[in-house]
Every structure is written in structure tokens, then in C-alpha cells.
Design a protein around this ligand. Sequence first.
Ligand code: ZN
Length: 298
Amino acid sequence: MSEALLGGIEAGGTKFVCGVGRSPTEILRTRTIPTRGPDETLAEVLAFFADVSAQLGPISALGVASFGPVDLDPRSPAFGAIKTTPKAGWTGFNLKNTLAEGLGCPVAIDTDVTGSGLAEWAYGAGQGLDRLAYLTVGTGIGGALIADGRPLHRYSHPEMGHVSARRRADDIGFAGVCPFHGDCLEGLASGPAVVARYGKKLSEMPSDSPIWMILADYLAQLCLSIMLIAPPARIIIGGGVMSNPQLYPLIRQEILRQNNGYLDLLSDPAVVEAFVVPPGLKDEAGLIGALMMARDGR
Ligand code: ZN
């Protein structure tokens, strides 16, 4: 008799990474599908799971770590649907219901950031920690809080990338790129915000450019805000912008400077060094997190 099979999807704006495993880390099959409109994308996603089921047996539960915003309120008629998004065709599309009908199994859904945060807590840089914050800094800025292995939200997910930032004097002329707020954190410190300022990606910027300190300043402000509101034991920061590793020491330095001795924990350079860290898992964190959601039924 074969063991139950778990399905997982990391549903991103550019690709859907689908996988099937016996456990979150024992992954047997994966397929990466480019994200287009919902009908086209989902047809290919369902075909993958049908193929795998024909070979290995039925999928007992599916977890989805989705791009946002997504309706996570179980009381809402649109529970599991994508909320207002610039991605063509996706606004109002109910990802959870479509997959549940297509696969005939329970579907758990949460944000992609939460998926990565759960995976980091179980298998990555946050193992054994009761409170963890996971941030991703890339085309946007998103964050999740994980408490005792569960996301710390219920009716809505955090949108901590859209908090306000205190502007730097050397960055005052830049309006920011957030379509809603202009110069919120995401509007100032995401990958597109770098391109909007300089016409280049961060990885193409010279090491003496002011952009490094600008990003470190704003991202340290976000870390400090998280620490002041719901203090985690560690903040893991991943995403495309953070693939430039020189940002980590600059962010830590800025946290020390901005904290200015206020929180004891963030006054010790050795503590801050261990407090703000890169992810322990590579690209597979979102899929592993989705498989954890399938296993745990949430
Ligand atoms: Zn914003």
C-alpha cells in the first residue's frame, strides 16, 4: 500500500512551481509552469497533477503558497481568491476552489512569503525558533511572521512591505514606485525602485553608489519596525535584491545605528549579526512550505 501523496504549488507571478512528495522534503516530481492567464496556467497545473496521479496514486491534499494579495478570511465568500492585482485576468480568480474542484482533494492556501517562512522555520535558517520573521525583497517586498511553526495571521495576511519609511536626505527627489503609496518601503527599496532610480539592476550598480546605503537604511527601518511591533527571535531576508550579499552587513550596521541603544537586543553587534540572516534554503523554500501546508491542512 502506498503512503499518502502531498501536492504543493509555489504560485508566483512569473512561474508556478508544482511538486508532489511523500513529505515536504521527500519530493518525487516537480514541474515549473510559466504564469500566464489563470485558465491557461491552471490547465497545465492540473495536467501535471493528473500525470503524477496516474503514475504514483492520488494526491491526498494540496498546499498553495500564492502570490498576493489573496483572500485568506475563511468567513469570506472569496476565501482563496486573488484580490486586486495588476496581473491580467487574476483579480477575483479563486485559486483555492479551482484547484480543489480540479483535484478533488482539500486545498490549503497562504501567501508565498508564508510558505517560505514555514519552510525556513522547519528546515532552514529559523529552525528551533518560536518567533521568526521572513522577508522577501525582490520585485516587491513581502513579509511573514511565524510563531511556533504557524503563520501569525488569520483573517488577512501581513503587507509589511507597504509600511512608511523615513526618507533619507540623499534620496528625497525620488518619488518611489508603489502604485498605491509612492514612497512606501516597497516603493523605495524593491528591485523596480532601484531600476527606476538608475535604469540599472542592483547587481549592475558600482560598489561606491549611494544605493547600497539607501537600501540598507530603508530595510533596517523595516526590521526595526518589526522588532518594535512583534519581536521575533530572528529576521530572515531573502529575495532577488538580497542576492547581493554585501547588503547584509550594511543592514546590520544600520539597525545598530537606528536602534541607538534603545532595544538591548539590537545594541550588540554580535547579536545583530545572528539576528538578520540570509535564508538557509535555496529556491525550493516556497514549494517545501506549500507541501507543509498540505500536510498540516491549513
Ligand atoms: Zn505601497
